[in-house]
Design a protein around this ligand. Structure first.
Ligand code: FAD
Length: 392
């Protein structure tokens, strides 16, 4: 292999470049990124950057040592595959032939219908534009009480804005962690002076406010939409690569063409651990999956099958989650969810399926280790927050 192209200059893209060189790849390497910026970290955008505590989150990387050509501000527009191996990426900078390809194009926020102006929060430019609108007294209306909505609400309330969050589901975080845990976060909004309106569907964004499905209106100076993301895979249409709610890859992150791998938010990989395909839109995946993808691209045997993990910082709390709670039978609380520190564990029989922790990072680390090993736990001991999360 002597010509590798990486498409997508986010965290997964830079990590892929580093992993390829670390594994001894000596050929030509090109990173194509639609944004004009060097790869940067996104988690601080809805935290430190919005709060004015950071303005630059560029990922530290030695591009000279990596011998990686950067084509920033250029977008891949199509992919042509040769009959047996390799192909050409069509880009706004011209055609780039390859014999190895890493797809790391991430995801893009869903927008709402309507011609009123709406902020989304995906890029550093989005974050800077939104930050400028977080003026004291400004009416900030957020659509979606998911991770992004909660974090933006935290920053906006901290800036002295009048914040309203409108959520279609009956609780915050209903999709991410289910309504039972989501409901435990509701009081956090009121404590921060944020108005939370659940069970409210938005029809459209108009100048100066939201139009609701029931005909009502919510007036706003700034509207922020945080209702989810879609994988950036449109440029692969018609290429012959399998795409189904993300780039379809096996447990080694290879597509249906072994010289093409996919990583990060855009990749839907086969997890033997969970017996289904996972697409995880979180930082830990973008950080770690490229190691496996690089090994696979270079012909080594490697498998990516972690217990998924993410965190969120909202309303002064560190919220962390690991595992997959869907289909788990029983929820066990560790500590009082009305207090500052607590956790909740999902169990399938005596196995941990998932954990959510609030200001209890130690629980998270211990539980993730047990889930990775598949070790059984004692549900009675688990319910005691004084006892570490440990095997039965
Ligand atoms: P991306 O970061 O989306 O990078 C993909 C890059 O590819 C982009 O720069 C894009 O412009 C480019 N691209 C797309 N299409 C093309 C194309 N056709 N040609 C060329 N380039 C293209 N996760 C957590 O676990 N915890 C958090 O607290 C957390 N906070 C977050 C806060 C915010 C505001 C956001 C937006 C995300 C947050 N995440 C968090 C999620 C995490 O940042 C993402 O999972 C991670 O950035 C995914 O990395 P990626 O490299 O796969 O994709």
């Amino acid at each position: 292999m002597d010509r590798v192209i990486i498409v997508g200059a986010g965290l997964a893209g830079v990590r892929a470049a580093e992993a390829l060189r670390a594994r001894g790849y000596e050929g030509a390497l090109t990173l194509v990124g639609a944004e004009p910026h060097l790869p940067y970290d996104r988690p601080p955008l809805s935290k430190a950057v919005l709060m004015g505590r950071a303005d630059d989150t560029t990922v530290a990387a030695d591009w000279t040592a990596l011998r990686c050509e950067l084509l920033l501000g250029h977008r891949a527009t199509g992919l042509r595959l040769d009959d047996v191996r390799g192909g050409t990426v069509e880009t706004t900078a011209g055609e780039l032939p390859f014999d190895g390809l890493v797809i790391a194009t991430g995801s893009s926020p869903v927008r709402l219908p309507g011609d009123g102006s709406q902020h989304v929060l995906r890029t550093i430019d989005d974050a800077r534009a939104l930050r400028a609108g977080l003026r004291e007294g400004a009416r900030i209306v957020l659509v979606g009480a998911g991770w992004i909505g909660a974090e933006v609400a935290t920053a906006a309330a901290g800036a002295g804005c009048a914040v309203t969050v409108v959520e279609a589901a009956d609780t915050p975080l209903a999709v991410a962690v289910g309504p039972e845990i989501g409901a435990r976060t509701e009081p956090w909004y009121a404590e921060a002076g944020v108005e939370l309106r659940c069970g409210v569907k938005v029809a459209a964004v108009e100048a100066g406010g939201l139009v609701l499905a029931d005909g009502g209106r919510v007036e706003a100076d700034e509207i922020v939409v945080g209702v989810g993301v879609r994988p950036e895979v449109g440029w692969l249409a018609g290429s012959g690569l399998d795409v189904d709610g993300g780039v379809v890859v096996d447990g080694s992150l290879r597509t249906n063409r072994p010289e093409i791998v996919a990583v990060g938010d855009c990749a839907a990989w086969w997890s033997a651990r969970y017996g289904r395909r996972l697409r995880v839109e979180h930082w830990d995946t973008a950080l770690n999956a490229p190691e496996t993808a690089a090994a696979s691209l270079l012909g080594e045997e490697a498998v990516y099958d972690p217990v998924p993990y993410f965190w969120s910082e909202q309303f002064g709390r560190m919220v962390q989650y690991a595992g997959q709670h869907q289909g788990a039978g029983r929820l066990v609380f560790r500590g009082d969810p009305e207090k500052a520190e607590w956790s909740a564990c999902w169990l399938s029989g005596t196995r941990l399926s998932a954990i959510v922790t609030v200001n209890r990072p130690r629980d998270l680390v211990q539980a993730r280790r047990l889930m990775a090993a598949g070790t059984p736990v004692d549900p009675e001991a688990l319910a005691d927050p004084e006892v570490p999360v440990r095997n039965a």
